[in-house]
Write a protein that binds this ligand. Structure first.
Ligand SMILES: NC(=O)c1ccc[n+]([C@@H]2O[C@H](COP(=O)([O-])OP(=O)(O)OC[C@H]3O[C@@H](n4cnc5c(N)ncnc54)[C@H](O)[C@@H]3O)[C@@H](O)[C@H]2O)c1
Length: 193
């Protein structure tokens, strides 16, 4: 599996600019869900390279991590003229980065993509490592592919609008990593044993 760059952003606009320079593309697409479209996309509106980006919006939450939603993303890419050299930015939680990553991995046999995770869970886990996919036949992540994002840009400012439930869900993931990792990692998460 090819390497992916994970960047802890001090300046999202600048980091995204560098990430885009490293991925020459003919067309640029941004995938959001109905919440990240409203709450997170405005933070990218000033990035000059995104001026002509084509937005694709899907429903929010795991209920939409389906073949139908995936097909709607393929359809949008196809109708808007995406080619093998187009680039997709996934702006959202783990649902968007999983489904968008799989859409990128499969459209025209694979487009480059960048993840900008907007939930804690996606920042600490889902957006990194290249596991992409959708739910199918009532089973979680039943269909998918390993396909790492070219870059993962972590901007913690996005967490300001996250609700407590989703914040705790991400924190639980961090604790799990700590518990199955080592004592030093655990201590950074505030666990003593
Ligand atoms: N690929 C992997 O390695 C991996 C690992 C763990 C989990 N996952 C997958 O990740 C998904 C869960 O991810 P999740 O917990 O991020 O859920 P999610 O993507 O469904 O997001 C949860 C909710 O938060 C909203 N949201 C996102 N960013 C927001 C923000 N900044 N402010 C306010 N609301 C925001 C979303 O619109 C959604 O309503 C599952 O599909 C799971 O299978 C993948």
């Amino acid at each position: 599996m090819s390497k992916q760059e994970v960047i802890l952003c001090e300046n999202l606009e600048e980091s995204l600019g560098h990430a885009l320079e490293k991925c020459p593309h003919d067309k640029l697409f941004i995938l959001t869900d109905e919440h990240t479209d409203r709450l997170c996309l405005p933070a990218l509106k000033e990035v000059p390279q995104l001026k002509n980006a084509i937005e694709i919006r899907i429903g929010a939450e795991d209920i939409h991590k389906t073949l139908d939603t995936l097909a709607s993303v393929w359809m949008a890419l196809s109708e808007k003229g995406a080619t093998r050299h187009s680039l997709l930015i996934n702006l959202g939680g783990g649902m968007v980065t999983d489904l968008g990553g799989f859409a990128a991995a499969t459209f025209k046999r694979g487009l480059a993509y960048i993840n900008i995770p907007t939930t804690l869970l996606a920042m600490v886990d889902a957006s990194v490592g290249g596991k992409t996919g959708i739910n199918f036949n009532g089973l979680k992540n039943e269909i998918g592919a390993f396909a790492p994002a070219n870059s993962v840009l972590i901007e913690t400012e996005f967490l300001r609008s996250l609700d407590a439930h989703n914040f705790i869900s991400g924190y639980a993931e961090m604790l799990k990593h700590g518990l199955i990792s080592d004592k030093a990692h655990c201590r950074t998460a505030g666990i003593r044993y």
